[in-house]
Design a protein around this ligand. Sequence first.
Ligand code: FPP
Length: 264
Amino acid sequence: MFDKLLRKKTTAVPSTLQERLAIVKEKPVPTHVAIIMDGNGRWAKQRKLPRIAGHHEGMKTVRKTTLFANELGIQVLTLYAFSTENWKRPKLEIDFLMKLPGEFLSTYLPELVENNVKVEMIGSSDLLPSHTKEAIQKAMEATAHNDGMILNFAMNYGSRFEVVEAVKTLALQLSENTIQLEELTEETVSGAMMTSHLPDPDLLIRTSGEVRLSNFMLWQLAYAELAFTEVLWPDFNEESMLSIIEDYQKRSRRFGSLEGDEIK
Ligand code: FPP
């Protein structure tokens, strides 16, 4: 009798990833997901490997996450790949991190093209080595006409730097009288950001148990849902992502109002 009841229960609960994915796709998924990919170093340390081995494994997670986000119907995936603060790391680690876009794109670009993914970048390309710039530029050109998910790499990105640059742009426009003070609105400020053509993230994910924003999209994340997971980035997989999206779909996004709106 109990056996029968148990069996009945298990059939009602979606068990496989595919079943859960199908249910998630029936409800609105976040349009823009931003991820702080953290924990590569700790993943490597646990295995007595050099930190760069963690970053290399993290690159494979970038591929897996991109394909899965695309399958989920997410329209923009922004990944924090290198921050303006990451220049303080040892040279060997920086050099390795700078080579990853090249390796990632030379290995996976055909797959991205096949999946209609468009590669973009936010951040300042000024300090990037030429081979890094060229790899990203080549991928952006090769995918420029794709109209599927945008894979947006934040490389040498810092939110405060971005805000300062936006303020400079607007200050110049004010001094040249191309805009008036009354025209300075949330929209014009958003329009001066590197993400001007993108919707704000609906969901921010940070892996590895750290609970902070680390100078990432501070303006754009004003109303984002925040999800922090203990999973280290190289271990992050389809199940981790799905669990976070399932949780997101249960939340009520009110954007400051009192209405308990369904997730948008
Ligand atoms: C933070 O983990 C991670 C980074 C600084 C680099 C993230 C880069 C990748 C995941 C690969 C990017 C791939 C492409 C294709 C651009 P950490 O090193 O600070 O980890 P820890 O806190 O455990 O030391």
